[in-house]
Design a protein around this ligand. Sequence first.
Ligand code: ADP
Ligand code: TRP
Length: 322
Amino acid sequence: MARILTGIQSSGKPHLGNILGAINPSINLSGKKGNESLFFIADLHSLINIKDPHLLQENTFSVASAWLAMGFDFKNNFFYRQSKITEVCELTWYLNCFTPFPMLSNSHSFKDKSENLSEINSGLFTYPVLMASDILLYDAEIVPVGKDQKQHLEITRDIAKSFNHQYGDTFIIPKSKIDKNVMTVKGIDGKKMSKTYNNTIDIFADEKLLKKQVMSIVTDSKGLDDKKDPSNCNIFNLFRLIATKKESDEMREKYTSGGYGYGHAKKDLLCLIMDNFENERKVYFEYMQNKDYLKSILETGENKAREIATNVLDRVKIKLGF
Ligand code: ADP
Ligand code: TRP
């Protein structure tokens, strides 16, 4: 039995890349027998960038609805908002006092982001310490994350080891799970799909916006009658990620035979998205229309999560002499 934990920031509506690259693999892992999962919405981390309270709340609900729509079994696991278990802020302070300053100033993520942002606040600097608290506060053993989070997990392990070295065994040393097979989904322009590049396919957007996104997928300028190379086409590359093998083979055949234009391919991709995600979209919109119900699910998860958090925090405070 392993305790799995992961978080997603509430930075916007989850897109196809977030779903195929983060949400679905974590849900698959949580479904394995004997695993116990803690999945949360990292809304405190989002405050680093989002200063509009309404937007922060809407994004939090949107991320929560996406996890539920994709089938996370919240009843048999833990599902919560990071900000509701304030013990995490207390632990962050303690851990700050065990985190060497250069470990944070040398972090890749801080260096990259601080070069590109106009406002660099201290939250961005201490981001990895809050993330370490997220993990250590719940005695997590396995943390599924994308490649970009690898260093944050190393920082978490270093902080925990340094604490344990000084005070005796207190924290479980977590392991990251970076699945090499998890795909990097490309966006409508062929670059990595990301909210930052504004190149997303938002499967939970209304149909009009979704259609606009699919119709703006960038292609080469081959005409209707030309034979086309599917493996170099952004439409086909997205299609095959969600289609069955048979559906992909059929589309590949149309590309290579000619007489099948990019407009047709885009329409087929849109239909496939609408069909494949029909139920998930329905569930997502139901949760978004029924925030009281959504909140009650989160509150139940928060009460369960808080129990673990207070126990671990007590353990830490006794060690520290508080
Ligand atoms: P974004 O780049 O849109 O801001 P985030 O950084 O919030 O996305 O990512 C949330 C999670 O989704 C992370 O675990 C990240 O690894 C995963 N993810 C984001 N974009 C992609 C992508 N294009 N393909 C696969 N996984 C992705
Ligand atoms: N930093 C992660 C991201 O941007 C989100 C996150 C916050 C997280 N706390 C975490 C992920 C704890 C795993 C464990 O994707």
